[in-house]
Design a protein around this ligand. Structure first.
Ligand code: ADP
Length: 413
């Protein structure tokens, strides 16, 4: 079965066409700066990628361009749209409604729209992506895969905030988490790699990149996670501050005369590695400056590792132990130095990093010592494959059974 995976952002649309049985990526690409004069479409697998500047007023046009590139031209992957069996859409915020992936119907779209209040740019863009696909492939089943669904298993003591309860009732303010599809993938993959049942493991999954999150996964269920109502919470990130004393927000708004939108900009876009170093949000650039003796860059690097270390400690306490720590994301997968700093001093907790395994080896590997009580593994994440698999699971009966006349408006859930 071929699944088209669509990840629509506010001004972008990333996609992959995946054959699920063989786990092969048949084509991939990105429509960037959708809606601007500089819109650009990149399409093709690695060496064959072509980049075209082309007008794309909205996501509907972007979907049309993607479908054209998949079925025609030098980099075509399939002969016709009939070879796309289903579409899987990444949705950032499913709120309280979705604790798993679902087949998309009008009711699901209405709920995604309702939850847009919590992720305005992403959910609205996702709906445009869904509408674009419905327009161009009206008979193809579609599935919504939510970043938040993995965290619907959190107990109230983890997802509630200690603010007046009425705000939970009135605005549904609670922890929803983010990056859930990535955490779910690396948790499942780690269990496979260790040849253990996920239900038998206590895992701490760490997605460390420009955006960062850490989750506690106890016997297959997420029990806590660092991102909160929004992806601003938790760890220090590339440009996001993560958890800070909330009083800083009102203090700065007062003293700098900032509007809520301006304050939001400071916390989301001007903080983190960028804010502290004053140099970059990119860890490699910060590291280069730190190596040359830049004190703020060194401080930013230290703070990033300390932030991850503290969450690992917290989640060991939450679960009463840990069997395996899983790392992914641009930093988690690639920075041996950051990994060394995060795990330094944790030997007393039975966590021992093997320096030689840490430095080199296959992309997916174990990097703890043979005598470490806690395993440490690197797993490159693959959110698209996870979305394709969920889509497959939900629609293969529909497609394989000619007796079922698929009509998205008729499905009831
Ligand atoms: P995003 O959260 O935007 O998906 P990524 O997961 O791609 O981000 O991670 C980007 C981060 O990974 C950047 O800070 C980058 O410097 C870092 N990174 C990528 N490769 C390396 C590397 N080889 N060494 C150190 N850091 C790296």
């Amino acid at each position: 079965m071929n699944v088209l995976v669509i990840n629509a952002g506010s001004s972008s649309l990333k996609y992959q066409l995946i054959n699920v049985e063989s786990q092969t990526v048949l084509a991939k690409g990105l429509c960037d700066r959708v809606g601007s004069d500089e819109a650009m479409h990149k399409h093709g697998l690695d060496d064959n990628e072509v980049c075209i500047h082309t007008p794309m007023p909205d996501h509907d046009h972007a979907v049309a361009l993607v479908l054209e590139a998949l079925t025609s031209g030098p980099n075509k992957a399939i002969d016709s749209l009939d070879e796309i069996d289903a579409v899987g859409h990444r949705i950032v915020q499913g709120g309280k409604y979705f604790d798993r992936s679902v087949i998309i119907d009008e009711d699901v779209i209405a709920k995604i729209d309702e939850m847009a209040e919590l992720a305005p740019l992403h959910n609205k863009a996702a709906i445009q992506g869904i509408r674009g696909c419905q327009h161009h492939m009206p008979d193809t089943p579609m599935v919504a895969v939510f970043d938040t669904s993995f965290y619907q298993s959190l107990p109230p003591k983890a997802y509630m905030y200690p603010i007046p309860y009425e705000y939970y009732e009135k605005y549904a303010i609670r922890k929803y988490g983010a990056h859930g599809t990535s955490h779910r993938y690396i948790a499942e993959r780690a269990a496979d790699l260790l040849e253990e049942d996920l239900q038998d493991l206590k895992l701490i999954t760490c997605h460390l990149g420009n955006g960062c999150s850490i989750s506690a996964v106890d016997h297959g269920m997420a029990v806590d996670t660092s991102m909160g109502l929004t992806p601003l919470d938790g760890l220090m990130m590339g440009t996001r501050c993560g958890s800070i004393d909330p009083a800083i927000v009102t203090y700065l708004m007062d003293h700098e005369g900032l509007t809520p939108a301006e304050m939001d900009d400071v916390l989301n876009k001007k903080s983190g590695l960028l804010g502290v170093s004053g140099i970059s949000n990119d860890l490699r650039t910060v590291d280069e400056a730190a190596e040359k003796g830049d004190e703020r860059a060194l401080l930013a690097y230290d703070m990033y590792s300390n932030s991850a270390k503290k969450y690992i400690g917290q989640y060991i306490a939450v679960m009463g132990g840990v069997d395996c720590i899983v790392l992914t994301g641009g930093v988690g997968e690639n920075s041996a130095k950051m990994r060394r700093m995060i795990f330094a001093g944790l030997q007393t907790m039975g966590i021992r990093l093997d320096e030689s395994r840490n430095r080199t080896g296959p992309r997916e590997r174990e990097i703890s010592t043979d005598d470490s009580e806690v395993l440490i593994v690197i797993i490159p994440t693959d959110e698209e494959l996870m979305i394709a698999r969920d889509t497959y699971e939900l629609v293969h009966d529909l497609i394989d059974d000619p007796e079922i006349d698929y009509n998205p408006d008729m499905l009831l859930f």
